[in-house]
Ligand binder design. Structure first.
Ligand code: LMR
Length: 328
């Protein structure tokens, strides 16, 4: 009887989520791939859901599906264009199939920190990028920050030569494949949800990600350690389908846009703090964090940065120059 009651309670609470939308409300399904706590995207998406459901009650209703429970990043943009979900926030690396301009965000050592990324995104060039895929049916509403990427493997990574011959999971991006090849590694594109298992079983030896992702997916449990390389970034674009967006009533669209903007400002200001908390939680859970001294860091820069040359025509030398001017 208890089991039956538990099953009933579970099914009632599962349908309560689905039933939370009333007739006549615009349903906004938001699918993403990360955890919800100690994660910049997870927290921002939950805050967006709460605010939409409170402030737009009667007009709109948002349901967030985290942890790749609905789609992974390779599927979600297709699902968005099909109208199966209405909002997503894939990492910027996932947009390269739509526009090569976004490759600038994947180039190693392009941005010294997330403040530099923020300044670049808020420039005219960065803001225009939100509308660079409208012909392909996608509109960016906002950039959301995660943080700086770190490298981990099943052996200690101190010098870039330690990565030689290792298999690294990468997001499906030509820049990231070239970056791992520059290290002498073998890049293995893979969905985020599969990385823990692949590290655990030795399908891959290592990976790169932010503290919040390494913490949220528990990668540190199945790696020798994490080296604080800060060699790249993971950031997101909140996207909707152009057709869906244009078909919304103007008041719904305007209110949703302003809530997205407010949540963006509030949560982006906290992204570095959230990653620092995740880093501390990794150490507390027994994960090993390795630091590079200045000479070691210079070696990583010298090994990875030549990748820029391969992609400078895709991203535009003027954009590289603008990003570097922000770093200065
Ligand atoms: C990854 O695939 O490693 C990340 O883009 C996941 C995420 O959304 O942070």
């Amino acid at each position: 009887f208890t089991a039956a009651l538990t099953a009933l309670t579970l099914s009632v609470s599962a349908s309560a989520v689905a039933a939370a939308c009333d007739d006549g409300e615009v349903v906004i399904k938001f699918s993403h791939v990360t955890n919800t706590d100690r994660h910049p995207k997870g927290i921002a998406a939950s805050m967006l859901q709460d605010r939409v459901n409170t402030e737009m009650n009667g007009k709109a209703c948002m349901e967030v599906f985290p942890n790749s429970t609905l789609y992974n990043d390779d599927q979600v943009l297709e699902a968005l264009l099909q109208g199966d979900v209405q909002m997503a926030a894939p990492s910027l690396s996932k947009f390269e199939q739509f526009t090569k301009q976004f490759r600038i965000f994947d180039l190693p050592f392009m941005f010294k920190n997330i403040d530099a990324v923020d300044a670049f995104q808020n420039s005219d060039t960065g803001q225009a990028m939100k509308e660079s895929m409208t012909r392909r049916g996608l509109l960016g509403l906002a950039f959301w920050h995660n943080g700086m990427k770190q490298m981990s493997a099943n052996v200690p990574l101190n010098s870039p030569s330690d990565a030689d011959g290792l298999k690294f999971r990468v997001q499906n991006s030509d820049v990231l494949k070239a970056q791992m090849a520059a290290l002498g590694g073998s890049p293995q594109p893979m969905a985020f949800s599969e990385v823990y298992g692949a590290l655990q079983t030795g399908v891959v030896d290592g990976q790169e990600n932010t503290w919040s992702n390494i913490y949220g997916q528990k990668f540190f449990e199945v790696q020798d350690g994490i080296t604080e390389t800060n060699h790249g970034i993971i950031d997101y674009m909140v996207v909707v389908g152009v057709d869906w967006w244009d078909a919304l009533d103007a008041d719904v669209r305007d209110q949703l846009a302003s809530i997205v903007t407010e949540v963006t400002t509030i949560r982006n200001a906290e992204s570095t703090a959230v990653n620092n908390e995740a880093k501390a939680a990794i150490v507390e859970a027994g994960g090993v964090v390795r630091q590079l001294d200045e000479a070691q860091r210079a070696e990583w820069v010298a090994t990875m940065k030549p990748v820029w040359e391969q992609f400078k025509d895709d991203v535009g030398q003027e954009n590289i120059d603008a990003a570097q001017a922000i770093n200065a």
